[in-house]
Design a protein around this ligand. Structure first.
Ligand code: JEK
Length: 230
C-alpha cells in the first residue's frame, strides 16, 4: 500500500515514519511518503492560506497548491483511482470498520488541513481524481488534520500483514464482539499489596474464559453502555 501525506508540518510524521521502519518499509508493504504542501506553491512567500469569503475568523487554505499536489501524486503513483482522505471535524467518524476498509486500498492520499480548513472546491476537485472521504477522529476540535492522519495510518498499518505492530495473530481481534477488553496482568503475582485475581493462576481455562467474559461485560456496561444499546 502506498500512502502519501500532504501537510504544512511534514516533520510531525517523523516519529510515525520511524516506527514503520524495518520490514514494512524495506519490502514496500507500506510505502509512506510525507510531502510539504508549500512545495506546490509558486509565490515567493509559499502562501497556502487566505481570508475567507463572507467574512469570519481565521484563514482558509487556498485551493491551487492542493490541486497541484493532488494532480502530481495521482499521476505519479499510476495506481487506479486513489482514495483521498481529508481529516475533518465535519467528516464521518473513523472506526475500526473504517480502518479495515481502508487497509484494502492500493493508494491512499491524506490531505491535512490547518487554520479553519480547506476551500470547499478542493473536495470537489479531488473527487474527479479519486474516491474522497472526509473522516473525523472524534467529536472534539483539533488544530489540524495531522494528529488524526497519524492515528488513521497507525490503525490501518497494523492491519496490514508484515507492518510493525501487526500482531502475530489478528484472529482474536477479528472475532470482534463489540465489547471492551478484559484486564491483563503480568508478573509479579503480588505487587505493592495488590494480587492478581486467583482465577488467572488457577490453570482452569474454562473458568478463566468465563471470568474474562464477565469482566468485558461489566466494563462495557459501566464505561461504554452505548456499545450495548446501539
Ligand atoms: C482537520 C483544520 C482546525 C478548527 C471550526 C467550527 C465546530 C470546528 C477546523 N476530530 C477532529 N477534530 N478536529 C479535526 C480537524 C481539525 C482541523 C482540520 C481536522 C483542519 N482544523 C479547525 C476549528 C474549526 N469548526 C464548528 C467544529 C475548523 C478532526 C479530525 N479529523
Amino acid at each position: 500500500m502506498r500512502v502519501d501525506v500532504i501537510s504544512i508540518f511534514p516533520s510531525y510524521f517523523d516519529g510515525l515514519a520511524l516506527s514503520l521502519l524495518g520490514k514494512a518499509r524495506e519490502s514496500g508493504i507500506l510505502d509512506l511518503r510525507v510531502h510539504d504542501l508549500r512545495d506546490w506553491t509558486s509565490d515567493r512567500h509559499r502562501t497556502v492560506d487566505d481570508t475567507p469569503y463572507g467574512g469570519g475568523a481565521g484563514m482558509v487554505m487556498k485551493p491551487e497548491p492542493w490541486a497541484q499536489a493532488l494532480d502530481e501524486l495521482t499521476r505519479e503513483s499510476g495506481a487506479a483511482r486513489p482514495t483521498i482522505i481529508f481529516p475533518s471535524p465535519a467528516g464521518e467518524v473513523f472506526r475500526q470498520a473504517t480502518a479495515r476498509d481502508l487497509a484494502e486500498r492500493e493508494h491512499i492520499i491524506i490531505g491535512c488541513g490547518r487554520y479553519e480548513g480547506i476551500d470547499e472546491r478542493v473536495f470537489e476537485y479531488a473527487a474527479t481524481l479519486g474516491e474522497v472521504r472526509l473522516v473525523s477522529l472524534g467529536d472534539y476540535v483539533l488544530n489540524g488534520g495531522e494528529v488524526a492522519a497519524m492515528a488513521m495510518i497507525e490503525a490501518i498499518g497494523r492491519l496490514i500483514p508484515g507492518v510493525v505492530g501487526n500482531p502475530e495473530s489478528l484472529v482474536e481481534e477479528s472475532h470482534e464482539d463489540g465489547l471492551l477488553e478484559y484486564p491483563s496482568y503480568t508478573k509479579p503475582s503480588a505487587w505493592r499489596e495488590r494480587a492478581v485475581p486467583d482465577v488467572l493462576l488457577s490453570g482452569n481455562h474454562a473458568a478463566i474464559a468465563s471470568w474474562r467474559r464477565e469482566q468485558q461485560l461489566e466494563r462495557t456496561r459501566t464505561r461504554r453502555p452505548d456499545l450495548l444499546s446501539d
